[in-house]
Design a protein around this ligand. Structure first.
Ligand SMILES: [Zn+2]
Length: 220
């Protein structure tokens, strides 16, 4: 009886939404940027691991594209991991370099081409756009002014996206995909936030709140 009840319960329970967290670098695009002290690869790894832990606690299924901070994974393989997991969201984490400041969210709004691949599909463009429009304002709200709102942008506002039409990770994604530049590490005031416990807590909260807005949990 116990066994059959458990089977029945598992059949009724709604499937957990799957979030694929992709802490950027090292990849074919190098090891990432750095501030005076904080490196992009370590920052986004730390934020991704903590956000993943909290999302699991909330009832999400979470997969990672890397198993340790220094693991080199190509952007193609990262997209493949999200596709294989049939993720409801591929959340790509980066930190920017430049003279600007703040948290920016990027999504593919058209197809791009890398090598022999053109994508993402119209369905993924649509679902990524919807996810981005839910994610970004929720993340900015959760940041509580700790970082500037650097805007919701399309992949074409990035160097690689501008050349290809979309980022490689977007072109190859068969699931909704977003890329966050959590801050601008070469900007001293942003690096200060990225170094502080409070700043990191706000960034983790923003990732979690954004994900919850983009991929709401099924109602119990
Ligand atoms: Zn990066």
């Amino acid at each position: 009886m116990i066994v059959s009840t458990l089977v029945a319960a598992s059949l009724i329970a709604p499937a957990k939404p799957v979030i694929c967290i992709d802490p950027g670098h090292p990849s074919e695009n190098g090891v990432g940027t750095r501030g005076k002290e904080v490196t992009e690869v370590q920052l986004v790894w730390d934020l991704g691991v903590e956000a993943g832990k909290r999302l699991r606690g909330l009832g999400y299924s979470v997969v990672f594209t890397k198993s340790k901070v220094g693991e080199k994974v190509t952007n193609a393989r990262r997209a493949e991991i999200a596709n294989e997991a049939k993720a409801n969201l591929l959340l790509r984490l980066h930190a920017d370099a430049g003279n600007h400041s703040g948290w920016a969210t990027f999504y593919p709004d058209r197809k791009g081409t890398v090598g022999k691949s053109t994508g993402p599909s119209d369905a993924v463009i649509k679902s990524s756009t919807a996810a981005a429009k839910a994610f970004h304002p929720a993340a900015i709200k959760a940041l509580g002014g700790v970082l500037k709102d650097a805007g919701l942008k399309t992949d074409r506002a990035t160097n690689i996206g501008g050349k290809q039409g979309a980022l490689t990770g977007s072109i190859l994604s068969q699931v909704p995909v977003l890329l966050v530049e959590v801050c601008v590490l070469t900007n001293p005031s942003d690096e200060k936030v990225a170094k502080s416990k409070e700043g990191r807590e706000a960034m983790v909260k923003a990732l979690v709140a954004g994900t919850q807005a983009a991929v709401p949990l099924p109602k119990k």
